[in-house]
Write a protein that binds this ligand. Sequence first.
Ligand SMILES: NC(=O)c1ccc[n+]([C@@H]2O[C@H](COP(=O)([O-])OP(=O)(O)OC[C@H]3O[C@@H](n4cnc5c(N)ncnc54)[C@H](O)[C@@H]3O)[C@@H](O)[C@H]2O)c1
Length: 442
Amino acid sequence: MVQQAGRDIAPAKGKLGVMLVGLGAVSTTFIAGVEHVRRGTGLPVGSLSQMGTIRLGKRTEKRSPKIKEFVPLADLKDLVFTAWDPIPDDAYSAAVKAGVLDRHEHLEPIADFLKGIKPLPAAFDQHYVKRLTGTNVKSGKTKRDLAEQLRQDIRDFKKRSGADRLVMIWAASTEVFLTPGPAHQSPQAFERAMEQNDPAIAPSMLYAYAALMENVPFANGAPNLTVDLPALQQLADERRLPIGGKDFKTGQTMMKTVLAPAFKARMLGLAGWYSTNILGNRDGEVLDDPESFKTKEESKLGVLEYILQPDQYPELYGNVFHKVRINYYPPRGDNKEGWDNIDIFGWLGYPMQIKVDFLCRDSILAAPIVLDLALFFDLAQRARLSGIQEWLSFYFKSPQTAPGLYPEHDLFIQQTKLKNTLRWLMGEEQITHLGIEYYEKA
Ligand SMILES: NC(=O)c1ccc[n+]([C@@H]2O[C@H](COP(=O)([O-])OP(=O)(O)OC[C@H]3O[C@@H](n4cnc5c(N)ncnc54)[C@H](O)[C@@H]3O)[C@@H](O)[C@H]2O)c1
């Protein structure tokens, strides 16, 4: 152990194995991007861990190291990858089909590397993702058997890759909407439910359970319940493992959690917010199923309520009409277009409108988030942080929190929380932005 002024953090020695559930658009864009950065043929744009700096001490001290030089993160050259997917395409074919990265510029030069990543058979059940059929699927009499097979996959990958440490990230399709029930209340109830093939246990939960039983941190990039359950939270606490989710915060919701806090900061009212999207990738196709869409809708709708606090500001936010639509439109592929029509009101109630048209690339925005989560969850484990990692809310649309706490959705509160956690880990002073010392001399 290296003794830090703040917290003992085990050094990032050896390889870090990144286990991805799902080898689709996001995962392949992430893996290919990391390989380009390692080869010096691309920049990790959008990754706070790689490009961001952190101010330390007073403004006059002029200390702003890069985050990756300040905290002991795994180096990109030490990352190794594996994935599960019910579709048997290797990372090269999956990336070609996803159509995110330019084939000639970004896929052919690293084709051999990508072809070497072949998906392990998935724990998959069409009941939970209606619009997918897969052939690369595990079989087992019970869900418990499937979880045990996933645990074996984890052990095998660790051996095969020589990885020192592992993290697992769910970047697979959004599952149908589920609410926590009796099967999710304790690890014992959860295990019994797996043995009884209880429909309350979705495949994503089996991966999360397997990860925790193998001492692997788990982050959930989709809105499914997955690890947002008392049973798995208890398991993570007992086994002292970091967990987190849900749903990568990338395009429209990222913008929403920047704009809504601005309206609230200025005490401008909100009458309505209509958000719609056209999206043509496989994610869009899966979300075309009303049951998967409901899971996503809940995740996207939640943010305004928490940011605007209508109970505290009934005149401004007591009557907001908020609507979110996602429309599957194949010609657009991964290049989503998200429109927001925002009806705000000002002084004496006069109405105004704001229109946002975000022509984004979904997986280009998500890939750096996967990277940061992999690195920060590994850091969390080496720093012996366990349970829900609220400081990583910055990356999620529906951040998990301790029971009884409401989530912070404001992107800049989340950023402050993340950076202050890094300062705290390294024994540096918190930055409060008070700054009175620059003006009032003792
Ligand atoms: N791209 C973004 O901006 C963004 C933002 C937030 C959340 N997400 C979520 O991330 C996830 C991945 O997005 P994507 O664009 O890569 O989708 P994708 O459809 O391209 O890839 C998902 C992959 O997961 C696989 N899969 C489905 N069920 C599985 C299972 N049980 N086990 C293993 N693999 C399974 C599918 O076969 C598919 O290949 C989706 O749930 C999406 O909603 C994406």
